[in-house]
Design a protein around this ligand. Structure first.
Ligand SMILES: [Cu+2]
Length: 627
């Protein structure tokens, strides 16, 4: 018998639409919006149908227009979440290689915001990378900014999210898919259909309050440590145990409709998994179905066929699943389990219905849920907490041997502790090379480098590669018991070596790291506590690139460094007026969001309580449910 859970609706499954403006508001030109006939096929619905079986059309370069309105939609959801165009999940961006993406953002929130395009190289468009305090001033409340950048050569599974503090954890995150006929993964040969699976941990409190609490003397829920999620969401629908310790006082429970992942019986489906969460590595499995690993972040691979796949925050994997276990109408549990072999030592599981259909038709089974059993070899508390490539061979289908030989080597070593701030104050949080990032959001680093070539700012750690060729970057995770997913902006890297302990530049340079055949490439790497990795990078993308932990709570308390590539070439970057104008009239000393000193007398506890009361209003009891 499975445990008896009571399920709490976070949000009902909202209709999900791809947004494509028919008219570009700048030019009044009509814009291609026939997403079903895109180059490579469209997803049409985050979990639903894609009925197009037409031959792929010829390539044409175009501009994909989106209009994002960021808002705090109490009137739609009655919950203090942030939405884009009122949608949760946020809109899918789906384009072709060679397209130019233009997104008009109107910030209707009461806090500044930016949007980052995770995995997009932004080669030549560093100013569009969306990192406040590094590549831009954020968009002030009530203001607009238009992001515009071409997709050059890249394709695969990307995503976008807020980069302001950890407000991506409040809902500003969505899928970003790029098609290309040169993708070695061929629809019609390797798979028939595509789906997107967004997975994430989710907090009942708003991120700005959690971050403020983490920076206060009291901590959040009595701890300076990042919280594990209150719930796990699959395509933005979650379940939680209403009798759990953090369940809001006095709240009632109701039954959400479980998220469904419809697939076509007898066909193979490519599921693009994106972990948009703030803390936990999640392990995805589907009862009775094997998962063929086919893409890592954005790189198609020949990978293992396994029973469950670990996905750290910000990582993406494509798995190919064959619906060959029954007939239309059959249903199986799709499970998202917190990786209890990692630092979250409490079991947490979320469910979706993996549904066989003839042609994506809807089923209504009332309260009847799948009766399938989990694979009996799913990970346990003593299972290794490792990236998939740390356990299996993943071979890029587009082979590139290790770039050789590295002209420069630098190291970034990160740890939790108390560090000296730019104003001589003590700050507690995470640091790279003993500098905890103090985000002077209205005084970003990039304009300084463009104006003067000067990159030696004091509020953020930096490594500088001023050569044209290949380089090695050592990442040391000095935290004994804390695992971190590290993301490098603007650059895919080759995973050259992993190991336990830590490594100096001299030790790395003494190693024989040439002649490595076709190493894995990715943009987000999970490094366990007291371990290191060596990343090899081609310095063909001048810019100021963030490197940070993608546990959003760690990022928000200082865990960000910069990699400056070819500063002399950065000096020729243009600085458009609308981009510079975001900084106008602001206090360049202001740190955002405000960091409270350790002896701050202000407790956020009262505010947290009021937020929970808002959330309680939408919850009604309809009884327990056996899953
Ligand atoms: Cu971290």
């Amino acid at each position: 018998m499975r445990n008896l859970f009571t399920i709490l609706s976070i949000l009902s499954l909202a209709p999900f639409l791809i947004l494509a403006q028919e008219i570009d508001p700048d030019t009044n030109q009509e814009v291609a919006s026939d997403l079903d006939s895109l180059w490579g096929g469209a997803l049409a619905d985050i979990s639903g149908s894609n009925s197009s079986t037409d031959p792929l059309p010829q390539r044409w370069a175009r501009t994909e227009y989106q209009s994002f309105i960021l808002s705090n939609d109490f009137e739609i959801t009655d919950q203090p979440i942030y939405t884009i165009n009122g949608q949760f999940p946020a809109p899918v961006i789906e384009v072709n290689t060679g397209d130019t993406v233009r997104v008009h953002v109107r910030n209707s929130l009461d806090i500044p915001q930016t949007i980052h395009w995770h995995g997009i190289s932004q080669n030549g468009t560093n100013i569009m990378d969306g990192v406040p305090g590094i590549t831009q001033c954020p968009i002030p409340p009530g203001s607009n900014f238009t992001y515009e950048f071409p997709i050059v050569e890249q394709y695969g599974t990307y995503w976008y999210h807020s980069h302001f503090a950890n407000t991506m954890a409040d809902g500003i995150a969505g899928a970003f898919i790029v098609h290309n006929p040169n993708d070695p993964l061929k629809r019609g040969r390797d798979y028939d259909e595509e789906r997107i699976l967004l997975i994430q941990d989710w907090m009942w409190d708003q991120s700005t309050d959690i971050v403020a609490a983490l920076k206060s003397r009291e901590g959040y829920r009595g701890s300076p440590g990042a919280p594990k999620g209150d719930s796990i969401l699959i395509n933005n629908v979650g379940q939680t145990n209403c009798s759990g310790p953090n369940y809001p006082q006095g709240a009632e429970c109701n039954l959400p409709k479980l998220p469904e992942i419809p697939v076509i019986v007898g066909k193979k489906t490519r599921i693009r998994i994106i972990n948009t969460g703030a803390h936990s590595m999640l392990r995805i499995s589907i009862d009775q179905h094997e998962l063929e690993v086919a893409e890592v972040d954005t790189d198609p691979v020949l990978g293992p066929t396994i029973h469950e796949i670990p996905v750290a925050p910000a990582q993406r994997y494509s798995i190919i699943v064959d619906a060959n276990q029954g007939q239309a109408g059959d249903k199986f549990w799709l499970r998202a389990n917190v990786a209890v072999g990692c630092m979250d030592k409490v079991r947490q599981e979320a469910f979706a219905v993996f549904r066989y259909t003839n042609n994506n038709e809807q089923y209504d089974d009332g309260d009847e849920v799948p009766d399938t059993q989990a694979w009996d070899d799913l990970a346990a508390f003593d299972s290794p907490c490792r990236d998939l490539d740390d356990q299996y061979t993943l071979t890029p289908r587009d082979p590139i041997d290790a770039f050789t030989k590295p002209l420069q080597t630098h190291a970034l070593s990160s740890k939790f502790g108390t560090f000296l701030g730019v104003k001589g104050q003590n700050i507690t949080g995470f640091a790279f090379n003993n500098i905890s990032f103090q985000n002077q959001i209205w005084d970003p680093m990039l304009p300084h480098v463009i104006d003067s070539g000067n990159y030696s700012v004091e509020n953020v750690a930096q490594v500088v590669f001023d050569c044209d060729g290949y380089v090695d970057l050592i990442l040391n995770n000095l935290d004994g018991g804390i695992d971190h997913p590290y993301h490098l902006h603007g650059n895919e890297f080759q995973v050259i070596k992993r190991g336990n302990g830590n490594l100096t530049v001299e030790e790395a340079q003494a190693m024989d790291l040439s002649n490595i055949t076709n190493p894995l490439r990715r943009d987000t790497i999970f490094i366990p506590g007291n371990a290191y990795a060596i990343l090899r990078i081609r310095t063909d993308n001048p810019g100021v690139w963030a490197l940070h932990c993608h546990i959003g709570w760690h990022l928000a308390v200082g865990k960000l460094a910069t990699m400056v590539v070819r500063p002399d070439d950065i000096k020729s970057f243009e600085q458009p007026e609308d981009w510079k104008g975001l900084c106008a009239g602001q206090d360049t000393d202001e740190e955002g969001p405000a960091r409270r000193s350790l002896d701050s007398p202000t407790s956020p506890a009262g505010h947290l309580q009021s937020l929970r009361e808002v959330k309680n209003r939408v919850i009604t009891r309809t009884g327990p449910r056996d899953v």
